[in-house]
Ligand binder design. Structure first.
Ligand code: MG
Length: 490
């Protein structure tokens, strides 16, 4: 008969058991992964949306005192995120400001100043690393819509600076044949898709709508992967244009209508992020490149009472409103009074996404602690106010600002413009300078020179260091660490 077969596993049964347990292990792992994915649906590094308005003033939002119209979407963003009340443009003019925000460096470090036009043979050097460059290297989809202004030649357009796609204008929207004081000096304004001109003198009434729709489409297309959207609205820079949706809607005329449409744009983008479930994984930043162009009168914005405006290193030129939201990370309804600047965005975004910092020296600092609501931290202690190529016109530390004697633009005492025609802005006014306490005197009216010698000495020391590093035309200091812009001939 059969001999008792002891229950000794054969090689085959061992194999079968091993396969079964491996299957069980894989099943368990799969379930674990599934549960983890469902519990933490957004483990990817955050998306970044940066909206950069053109010439929007500090006082142009409902929450900063706008008169005659409402900005419900931006006010809502402030309630759900953070408003920065001491936030600075890198420099108070278009090209320079954009060079700063894109690279995290003072624009004069990069050899860029003023506003490049259609004759410019320079642009942002391709060796400079932009926010788009460092995020693209980490697998982000990147897009720029609206105004570029860092070199109009094809070799300087956004796709050469880290962006996958571009749709917009190469420089300001007033650089066209209808310029109010330079008639027929500028060629027809090109609308460019990537590097191809798709239209000349496009209907500017559609700008805000079109660039918003491009942005919504980009977000839709990239909802499943990390993305960086740079929406640089050409408005509210003159000439002002608004679509039929908002024409005549404000009680304040065309300027108010334009701001209402820009506010609508912010609402559209935030609604899209909500619809796609991306609110908790997207940092949204809304700010302006510089203060209002005051000599355009009723077509200019408001500084909210700050001194002077665009093209000056006074607060009305440099201090801009800034809103940031990121559900679950940025505490809702907070106001950050600590010093910060758009040059801080690149290092902050790098810290939040794990992207590498540029290899070249930059000036921005990581302000992510502020975004998380820790206002006991002061990542940025001082700010340098440069304007007119490489003139160090003022320095700020803490509450104090020391303004050096300098020639500059003033809007005071001259007739304002009207309905798109500029009034006079005197370009060579001599400012005596002064020491101002921005806590008590945000309007820079009361010169405190001589009353606080220790504070003055400290601010002077910051200027001495800055002159050695970046140079200063006012004191004929060349500076050791300035770089060249990109040149067409190279
Ligand atoms: Mg501007």
């Amino acid at each position: 008969m059969y001999a008792h077969k002891p229950n000794v596993p054969t090689n085959n049964s061992i194999m079968i058991e091993m396969m079964k347990s491996t299957q069980r292990l894989f099943c368990s792992l799969f379930l674990l992964v599934l549960v983890t994915v469902q519990a933490f649906p957004q483990q990817q590094t955050p998306n970044v949306v940066l909206v950069y308005f053109d010439d929007l003033g500090y006082g142009d939002l409902g929450i900063t005192g706008a008169v005659g119209y409402q900005t419900p979407n931006m006010d809502q963003m402030a309630r759900e995120g953070m408003f920065f009340s001491h936030y600075y443009s890198p420099q108070a003019v278009c090209t320079a400001s954009r060079a700063g925000v894109m690279t995290g460096a003072y624009p004069n470090r990069l050899g860029l100043s003023g506003a490049l036009d259609h004759r410019a043979q320079i642009g942002l050097h391709l060796d400079e690393e932009t926010i788009a460059d460092i995020l693209k290297a980490n697998g982000y989809a990147t897009a720029a819509f609206g105004k570029w202004h860092l070199g109009h030649l094809p070799q300087f357009l956004p796709r050469k600076q880290g962006f996958d796609e571009f749709y917009g204008i190469p420089y300001s929207n007033d650089m066209w044949p209808n310029h109010p004081t330079n008639k027929n000096y500028y060629p027809e304004l090109p609308l460019i898709e990537n590097e191809t001109v798709v239209e000349r003198n496009p209907d500017q009434r559609q700008f805000t709508t079109t660039f918003t729709e491009k942005s919504l489409d980009f977000i839709d297309r990239n909802k499943s992967n990390p993305f960086f959207l740079y929406l640089a609205h050409p408005m509210p820079h003159v000439p002002l244009f608004v679509s039929d949706k908002f024409a005549g809607k404000s009680g304040q005329g065309l300027y108010g209508d334009v701001i209402m449409e820009l506010d609508w744009s912010i609402g559209q983008i935030r609604a899209k992020l909500k619809e796609l479930g991306l609110e908790e994984n997207t940092l949204v930043i809304v700010t302006s490149d510089n203060g209002p162009w005051l000599n355009y009168g009723n077509h200019a914005g408001s500084t909210g009472g700050l001194r002077e405006g665009k093209g000056t290193s006074f607060e009305g030129g440099q201090r801009v409103p800034a809103l940031m939201s990121w559900k679950g990370t940025i505490p809702a309804g907070t106001v950050c009074n600590n010093l910060a600047s758009s040059i801080d965005l690149l290092p902050t975004i790098a810290a939040l996404t794990g992207a590498s910092l540029p290899s070249k020296q930059i000036d921005g600092v990581d302000i992510s602690e502020l975004l998380r609501g820790d206002f006991s931290k002061y990542p940025r202690e001082s700010f340098l106010y440069y304007y007119r190529r490489n003139s160090l016109e003022a320095v700020r530390k803490g509450d104090w600002k020391l303004v050096f004697p300098h020639p500059g633009r003033t809007y005071e005492g001259f007739s304002p413009g009207k309905d798109g025609q500029p009034g006079v802005a005197y370009e060579n006014h001599f400012f005596e300078g002064g020491l101002y306490d921005l806590r008590r005197d945000p309007g820079e009216r009361y010169n405190m020179r001589g009353y606080y010698p220790e504070i003055e000495a400290e601010l002077f020391e910051i200027a001495v260091t800055a002159r050695e590093d970046l140079g200063d035309d006012l004191t004929n200091s060349p500076g050791k660490n300035r770089r060249e812009p990109g040149r067409a001939a190279e």
